[in-house]
Structure formats: structure tokens, C-alpha cells
Design a protein around this ligand. Structure first.
Ligand SMILES: C[S@@+](CC[C@H](N)C(=O)[O-])C[C@H]1O[C@@H](n2cnc3c(N)ncnc32)[C@H](O)[C@@H]1O
Length: 279
């Protein structure tokens, strides 16, 4: 079984996790995204430290959405279900749907996360741009570090707007270029051959594009936060982990180095954003 979209990093991850690597399991067995360190200089490079940082990043996204118990929440592009697991552990009487295009990831999520008493979990295989849900059926829609894979940000925003109840929020994290970097990223995102280890990634949407997209789709911008500097310890950790695991894929090394240096130079920012459907 493979994913309907080409995501070589998930093929590699699933394969290595199946072989049983404790450090990889700890770092990427639950969340598959960068970490958040309130004090980046204190990052110690251990898998335990990275796992805590990854959990914090998820919490920042759902906190921006103002999640609370009793809500119905959709996590689009849910990976191995880390965000759903975090919400399930933290809030009571919650109805959670994890949606992913890749059935293999959903199977892993289903095997590892079970609903707390009084809460409900659902795992759905679908494209985030064609949501199989009724209008006005969710309080919150989340998309943690995955919107750049979706076929269209606009289509996803329209779908999130449709399934949200009035007053509901969409919160996400994304790599957002400055205007200086945008032309290069725009070119790369249209060039199919640019899809490497991380698959097709469209990192061309600037903050101004997000504000425009919100306006076009009917959302109000509620939260904009640049956490780039808090994510930077991720790169040393990923490099060391790849070395320990003997991952030598050239595109993985180049793409990760590019993201690191574009981020260190302030050209690519890691943002947490939240949008509200007017009540
Ligand atoms: C970097 S991972 C993030 C996973 C998860 N949100 C997390 O934070 O752990 C990107 C995710 O987007 C999913 N994805 C890619 N294209 C998708 C699509 N069109 N619809 C739904 N999910 C998609 C991938 O399968 C993968 O799980």
C-alpha cells in the first residue's frame, strides 16, 4: 500500500519505524513536524527534548485556535495522529476527526490512539481539499505543518470555511517566505522535478498572500505569530538523527539545508496563523 501522493519522507519513516528505532520512534513516531523551544539555546539535542518540542508546537497551533473541551475538531493532514492524541489527552468530551490522504499513516494512528472516556475519535482517508463533511459541522479545523502539500491552499480554505460553524476557527502552521524569496519558491512549486525527499512542497505563500486569502474566503485573521527562531534547534537534531540512521538521500540533505539557511537568514519564516469564520 502506498500514498496517493508521493511523500518519500513518509515512505522512509514508515519503513524505519517498522524496523524499530527507539530514537526515531520518540522523535517522529507521534508528531511529524518541527519543534518549538521557548529558549532555543537550551535545546539539548536528545530525542526526548525533541519530542517535547514537537508537542509544544502542536499546542501552540491549537491554542491559537482557542480549542476547549466539548468541541468538534478536525485535524487535516493529521500524520500519525499526534495532534489528535494531544487534544484527546488534554480536553474532555471532545469529538476528534483526523484526516489524511495516506491510509498507512491513519492505520498507525488508529493503532496508537484511543478515545478517552466521553470523547470520540474518527480517522478518515480523504484529500483535505475535498472534505467529506457537512456544512457548519466543526468548531475548529487544524492543519499542522501540512498545508504546503495540499493541492490548493485556496480550495482548503474554502473547504475549512464551509465545514466550520459560524465563530469557528482554522489554525495552521506553515513555512512562509518573505517577498524576496517568493519568486524562487513560486518557480520551484510549479516545477514538478523539484519534488524530492519531502515530496511536492509549495512554500510560496507570503503573509500578505495569507491575509488576502483570508479576505477572499470570508475569514477574519485572528492570530499571526512568527516562531522561526524557536524552531531552529530542529535542524541540528534532524541532521544528527539522519546521520545516526544512515539516511544519505541527497535531496533530503539539500532540502533540509535550504530550509535551515533560508530560515536562519530570515527569508523563510515559520508562522502560526489562526482565522475565524464570522459568527
Ligand atoms: C509534515 S506532515 C504533518 C503531519 C501532522 N500534521 C503532524 O504535525 O504530525 C504532512 C502531512 O500532510 C499529509 N497530506 C499531504 N497531502 C495531503 C492532502 N491532500 N490531504 C490530506 N493530507 C495530506 C501527509 O500525508 C502528512 O501526514
Amino acid at each position: 500500500m502506498s500514498s496517493p501522493v508521493k511523500l518519500p519522507y513518509f515512505d522512509a519513516l514508515l519503513n524505519l519505524l517498522d524496523q524499530g528505532h527507539p530514537a526515531l520512534e520518540q522523535a517522529f513516531g507521534r508528531h511529524v513536524h518541527w519543534g518549538y523551544w521557548p529558549e532555543p539555546e537550551l535545546a539539548d539535542g536528545s530525542p526526548e527534548d525533541f519530542a517535547l518540542a514537537a508537542e509544544r508546537l502542536t499546542e501552540r497551533v491549537y491554542t491559537a485556535a482557542g480549542v476547549h473541551g466539548g468541541q468538534r475538531i478536525l485535524d487535516a493532514g493529521c500524520g500519525f495522529g499526534g495532534t489528535v492524541a494531544s487534544l484527546n489527552g488534554r480536553f474532555r468530551n471532545i469529538d476528534l476527526s483526523g484526516l489524511n490522504i495516506d491510509r498507512r499513516q491513519l492505520r498507525r494512528a488508529e493503532q496508537r490512539v484511543s478515545a478517552e472516556p466521553g470523547s470520540v475519535l474518527n480517522w478518515i482517508q480523504a484529500d483535505a481539499c475535498t472534505l467529506p463533511f457537512a456544512n457548519r459541522s466543526f468548531d475548529t479545523v487544524l492543519a499542522v505543518e501540512c498545508i504546503f502539500h495540499f493541492p490548493s491552499r485556496k480550495r482548503f480554505f474554502e473547504e475549512a470555511y464551509r465545514v466550520l460553524k459560524p465563530g469557528g476557527r482554522l489554525a495552521l502552521s506553515d513555512f512562509v517566505p518573505t517577498r524576496l524569496l517568493r519568486p524562487a519558491m513560486s518557480f520551484a512549486s510549479r516545477w514538478p522535478a523539484s519534488a524530492g525527499f519531502y515530496g511536492r512542497c509549495k512554500f510560496h505563500n507570503t503573509l500578505r498572500d495569507y491575509r488576502r486569502l483570508a479576505e477572499e474566503t470570508g475569514f477574519i485573521v485572528r492570530h499571526e505569530q512568527d516562531i522561526t527562531s524557536n524552531t531552529l534547534p530542529t535542524y541540528d537534531f534532524v541532521r544528527k538523527l539522519a546521520k545516526d540512521m544512515n539516511v544519505k538521500t541527497v535531496s533530503a540533505i539539500i532540502e533540509t539545508l535550504f530550509a535551515e539557511w533560508a530560515s536562519r537568514l530570515g527569508l523563510l519564516r515559520y508562522l502560526v496563523l489562526a482565522f475565524e469564520k464570522p459568527g
